[in-house]
Write a protein that binds this ligand. Structure first.
Ligand SMILES: C[S@@+](CC[C@H](N)C(=O)[O-])C[C@H]1O[C@@H](n2cnc3c(N)ncnc32)[C@H](O)[C@@H]1O
Length: 287
């Protein structure tokens, strides 16, 4: 605790980073979603932790990523709505962070939703959410996604015999390729026919971009230095092929098309038209 605020350090602090951008998006008149709880997380984290992402290099990075997180959130909101329309009544959010879809989206009656993340992130989240009612049956599971999380999921009532809508958002970049592979193996083994999978695929290559290198050398103690140490994934295989190798049939929407569809600028950090930018892929897949 610092100044009465719970500390979210290292990779846990990235959950707050995304929460800050969702709070900002929710204040826009042309917002792509409304996450009223995001501001509560930001307030609970307190000024010192907010400052990591809202001052100096952190501010530049947050501004550069804001439109991207808004588009990504809306893309996977729509994915869940479609998976439910197709009959799914079980959802799993891996590395849920401060995701509030359980409280924001209109889930069909009888939907069970599981959220997995690190214990300190979930402790913080549950404290802030005290008294809030989810719009589905919600189960929260503290787990390391590099370890045996499927047995924890089973203990909490996950059913392997019904289709599941999985979400892998904002996590692959933190896992070395071997752990990412194992994660997908485990998801696949637990997926009944008719299951769905939403995946955000970003690799470490982003910290090798011109923009990131410039930021890191301008301020070695800053955000880019921290992210550079946290980002592990170096997978070079196209993500749709990676999913196909595990038995999933994937569709991808380019960030440019997604941005155009929602009348947003292409996020500068990932704009293929700009030299030296990173690449990100958003995919949905069926099995
Ligand atoms: C960038 S945040 C994304 C959170 C959420 N998916 C979202 O989009 O808001 C990354 C999350 O991954 C979680 N995480 C990273 N490594 C993990 C691991 N090995 N096991 C469980 N969670 C992990 C962090 O705690 C953090 O909440």
């Amino acid at each position: 605790m610092t100044d009465g605020h719970e500390r979210l350090a290292g990779v846990s602090s990235t959950a707050l980073f995304v929460g800050i951008t969702r709070a900002d998006e929710s204040r826009r008149p042309d917002r792509l979603f409304e996450d009223t709880l995001a501001t509560r997380f930001v307030d609970a984290a307190g000024p010192e932790q907010q400052a990591v992402w809202t001052e100096g290099q952190g501010k530049l990075f947050t501004e550069a990523m804001g439109d991207y997180f808004a588009l990504r959130t809306r893309y996977f909101d729509d994915y869940f709505i479609q998976a439910c329309a197709a009959g799914c009544r079980q959802a799993v959010l891996l590395a849920a962070g401060l995701d509030t879809r359980a409280f924001r989206l209109h889930w069909p009656d009888g939907t069970r939703l599981f959220e997995l993340d690190q214990p300190n992130v979930l402790d913080f989240k549950e404290r802030v959410l005290q008294g809030e009612e989810p719009r589905c049956e919600r189960e929260v599971i503290a787990a390391d996604l590099r370890e045996d999380w499927p047995s924890l999921l089973a203990k909490q009532g996950f059913r392997e015999d019904v289709p599941t809508a999985w979400l892998v958002e904002g996590i692959l970049v933190y896992l070395p390729e071997r752990d990412a592979d194992r994660l997908l193996d485990r998801i696949t083994a637990l997926s009944a026919p008719g299951s769905h999978l939403g995946v955000e695929h970003v690799t470490r290559s982003m910290v090798n971009t011109d923009q990131a290198r410039e930021a890191a050398s301008a301020s070695p103690e800053g955000i880019m230095g921290m992210l550079s140490s946290l980002w592990k994934n170096e997978m070079t295989q196209p993500p749709a092929n990676w999913l196909a190798d595990h038995g999933w049939s994937a569709a991808e929407e380019s960030l440019t098309d997604l941005a155009e569809r929602h009348a947003r600028p292409v996020p500068p950090a990932f704009d293929p038209a700009l030299p030296g930018t990173g690449r990100v892929r958003l995919l949905t897949a069926d099995r």
